[in-house]
Write a protein that binds this ligand. Structure first.
Ligand SMILES: Cc1cc2nc3c(=O)[nH]c(=O)nc-3n(C[C@H](O)[C@H](O)[C@H](O)COP(=O)(O)OP(=O)(O)OC[C@H]3O[C@@H](n4cnc5c(N)ncnc54)[C@H](O)[C@@H]3O)c2cc1C
Length: 467
């Protein structure tokens, strides 16, 4: 890797070589996982490059291709699985300067990848009374490009499904990593080539996203005596066609009391919680349904003073991976899983086998037109072997696991190659320089996903040194 020649070719582009910056920009929230913490803690890029526009991205990719230097795109680095970490070193392509919002017309927005999600939302609201359909709970810091390339769903998914649901991401401009990089306009089905692809198939330089009308969502917390009552009520909310919601989750006791410390005076430790963001028009129905289910509305943001509200965390930062963060801040042994529970009996079977070893958090989201239970349960971590057993118990009970303790796309997903991504990568990144080590099908086409073993990327720094 001839870095000095690369640096010479990049004259005029903003670069960073200072060790502390390199270290900071080479990391994300990989430390949520004790497994990834062990594997990735020494990962470090050699150079941070901050392009200002697409022309500079083309220059960087041309030069990296010429000098055979790996390139790992980066937004704000809030991903959880080492997604934005440069496993083989090389360039960290920090896209935060490409934050211009090009247009906010009708029910769509065209934006640079580096724009912060909350800033896009604010611009949409101001210009058109609109909002993004889906946002991560990290909206205040995450970039739109990082969300589309690394995220999956979040606030809004109860209504709009995930990022990969057709019609949510409308278009993407993508720069390839070739001797002469091409700028491609992906639309329709083709946008799937970059959604949740970890930047392995191209660098996104512009995104067009569908939007929806903005609402003044009201945060609501409902306490119930038994966790299955909370689960049933959340399911009823999710199945109520007329309820306009932006977030819906439930948490089994004692997790909500332990993790949401600011709300502790509002409910008892033995109580489970349904948490939601509702449109003002939905509140009466929410209240009536909660009462019928034996629930107690213990917090409504519209019923407290602005001063009190300002002291409490918003519901938008209680769910998704903010739950894990809050629990981790209180107990360093906590980690988590990503699961899909097909129905309440399956979830009850898992709970019966794992009990308090698996503090339960479930996000309700729409999937293929139906409400579905996306689990983000916490795990009281003991050993890596036990973590594997917990995942196995889920699968034995008919529940899917999307393993967040691995750094590759396939192992964190459906554990099979994605031919669409692989074919596109062959065209867009023939030397495999984009975010190396993240796509197993590229690195090791004969890898057996049924073997029960994890893929180990031979180019991972440290592994290289140990070999
Ligand atoms: C507390 C917490 C809560 C979270 N909540 C959610 C949630 O609700 N929903 C959710 O989906 N995720 C969630 N996440 C994960 C993460 O915050 C989101 O996926 C976020 O949107 C990532 O944005 P980012 O700018 O930080 O991307 P980064 O972490 O910087 O990058 C993510 C991936 O995208 C790639 N990438 C970045 N920019 C580009 C580009 N322009 N072109 C090509 N590839 C690119 C990177 O290489 C990397 O693989 C959460 C994480 C934390 C720590």
């Amino acid at each position: 890797m001839d870095l000095s020649a690369l640096i010479k070719d990049l004259e005029g582009v903003e670069l960073e070589t200072e060790a502390s910056v390199l270290r900071r920009k080479s990391r994300d929230y990989f430390w949520y996982s004790p497994v990834l913490k062990r594997l990735l803690q020494d990962v470090m890029g050699d150079l941070v490059v901050c392009p200002r526009d697409e022309t500079e991205v083309v220059r960087v990719l041309r030069a990296c291709h010429a000098h055979r230097v790996p390139v790992t795109p980066r937004g704000a680095g809030t991903g959880n699985y080492g997604q934005a970490m440069p496993l083989s070193g090389g360039v960290v392509l920090d896209l935060h300067r490409m934050d211009g919002i090009a247009s906010t017309s009708g029910s769509r927005v065209v934006t640079g990848p580096g724009a912060v999600v909350a800033a896009v939302d604010a611009a949409l609201r101001k210009a058109a009374g609109q909002a993004l359909r889906i946002a991560p709970s990290t909206a205040a810091t995450a970039t739109v490009g990082g969300f589309v390339a690394g995220g999956s769903g979040g606030l809004g998914s109860v209504r709009w499904g995930g990022l990969r649901a057709a019609g949510n991401v409308l278009g993407a401009r993508v720069v390839t990593c070739e001797a002469e990089p091409r700028v491609l306009e992906l639309r329709g089905d083709d946008v799937m080539k970059v959604i949740h692809a970890y930047g392995t198939t191209g660098v996104v330089t512009e995104l067009e996203l569908a939007t929806t009308e903005a609402h003044d969502w009201v945060d609501v917390l409902i306490a119930l005596e038994h966790w299955t009552d909370a689960a049933r009520l959340a399911q009823q909310f999710a199945e109520s066609d007329g309820l306009l919601l932006n977030e819906l989750a439930f948490f089994a006791a004692p997790l909500p009391h332990d993790a949401f410390t600011a709300f502790q005076p509002a409910f008892r430790r033995e109580q489970s919680l349904v948490v939601l963001m509702a449109a003002p028009s939905a509140l009466e129905a929410v209240q009536a349904m909660a009462r019928r289910a034996g629930g107690e509305v213990v917090y409504r943001a519209d019923r407290v003073s602005p001063e009190v509200r300002a002291r409490l965390p918003p519901v938008a930062e209680l769910g998704w991976n903010h739950t894990t963060l809050r629990a981790l801040q209180l107990d360093r042994r906590i980690t988590y899983l990503q699961t899909r529970y097909p129905d309440l009996p399956a979830l009850e079977r898992v709970r019966a086998r794992l009990g308090d070893e698996l503090p339960m958090h479930v996000e309700l989201m729409r999937s293929n037109g139906m409400p579905s239970m996306g689990g983000l349960p916490l795990v009281r971590f003991t050993t890596e072997q036990r973590l594997q057993e917990i995942m196995q118990i889920h699968e034995d009970e008919g529940c899917a696991v999307f393993n967040p303790h691995v750094y590759t796309l396939e192992e964190g997903g459906w554990r099979r190659p994605d031919p669409l991504l692989l074919d596109f990568k062959r065209q867009a990144d023939p030397l495999g320089l984009l975010n190396p080590g993240k796509m197993v099908a590229w690195e090791r086409p004969d890898f057996d996903f049924g073997s029960g073993r994890s893929f180990v990327f031979p180019g991972l720094r440290g592994v290289e040194a140990a070999a």
